[in-house]
Each structure stands twice: as structure tokens, then as C-alpha cells.
Design a protein. Structure first.
Length: 169
């Protein structure tokens, strides 16, 4: 089974997380596929946009902890760092479509996207403080830039889920 489905049409590369039985929790193999897809899209003149999506019921439950413990990120060339670095320097529009929960890195990777579309059932969570972990992927900087200090502090320090809100509220 492909853990990340790739579909290319009309200049749009769609990357679909495809591990619904495990709530799309990300493994080292998935990070490697995502990193390679971004690198290929960056180099391909035909690719104009990359869209990352999950399933209609779950975007991602974050890192697969068992896989992460078996294959910890060791060095800058590890798949997770290649993927996050690839997102940070990606020069083409990077869009995400989120339905259902986006937990941990499922939320922090979204901070690197140019646009994030959230479905009615989307819920975001950065529970690092609850797990005794440091926020990853530059999220403590990016969340402040995108959400403002108070909202970012609440999301990062409380670790409680939050919903997408229309900008006019």
C-alpha cells in the first residue's frame, strides 16, 4: 500500500496521506516520500502547485510514536528534516486541505503552507506541552507570526485543540 498517494493533473501535484487505519500518523517512510515529492516538484517546471491532504475524517494524528522511537531522526539528512526543510524552502505555492483532526506535526507542517483550507470538521492541536516536548518545525516562531502572540501562546502553552475561524469574526 502506498503511504502517500501522488496525483498530477493540470500542473497540480496532490499528495494524499494514505494511512487512515493509523489516523495518518507519519512514519519515516512517509516523510521520505513527502520529501522526495517536494524535491521533484521543485525541480519540475510542469508542477505549478503542490496540495497536501489527508482523508475526509482525519488529516494527521502527528508522528507515529512507535516508528519515531524505532527510527529516531538522526542528523540533518533524516527524512523528517528533509521534508520540513523542503517545505520551508519550497518556492512554489504549497496548499493544504484539512478535514478532521490535525495533531502535532499535522498542525505544525501547515504553518509552512501558503494557504490552508479547513473543512467544517477540521480541528488543530499542538499538544507538545502535554507530552513534555518542544514544539517542532519552527512552530514557536511561525505560529506567533501567523496567529499573533496571544493566540499562538494559548495554542502552544495550553495544548488544547482549536478550530479554524473565519477571518471576519
Amino acid at each position: 500500500m502506498d503511504l502517500v498517494l501522488q496525483h498530477f493533473e493540470s500542473g497540480v501535484l496532490t499528495l494524499t496521506l494514505n494511512r487512515v487505519d493509523k489516523k495518518n500518523s507519519l512514519t519515516s517512510a512517509m516523510y521520505a516520500e513527502l520529501a522526495q515529492a517536494l524535491a521533484s516538484a521543485e525541480a519540475d517546471a510542469q508542477t505549478k502547485v503542490v496540495l497536501i491532504q489527508g482523508h475526509e475524517t482525519i488529516f494527521s494524528a502527528g508522528n507515529d510514536i512507535a516508528d519515531f522511537l524505532q527510527q529516531p531522526a538522526a542528523g540533518e539528512d533524516s527524512p523528517v528534516f528533509r521534508f520540513l526543510r523542503g517545505m520551508a524552502v519550497f518556492t512554489k505555492p504549497l496548499i493544504a486541505s484539512v478535514c478532521g483532526p490535525a495533531v502535532g506535526v499535522g498542525t505544525t507542517l501547515l504553518l509552512h503552507c501558503d494557504l490552508v483550507y479547513a473543512g467544517d470538521n477540521a480541528a488543530f492541536s499542538m499538544p507538545f506541552v502535554n507530552l513534555g516536548l518542544c514544539p517542532e518545525a519552527g512552530s514557536s516562531l511561525l505560529a506567533v507570526q501567523l496567529m499573533g502572540y496571544q493566540r499562538a501562546a494559548e495554542a502552544l502553552l495550553m495544548g488544547e485543540p482549536f478550530l479554524a475561524e473565519p477571518p471576519w469574526k
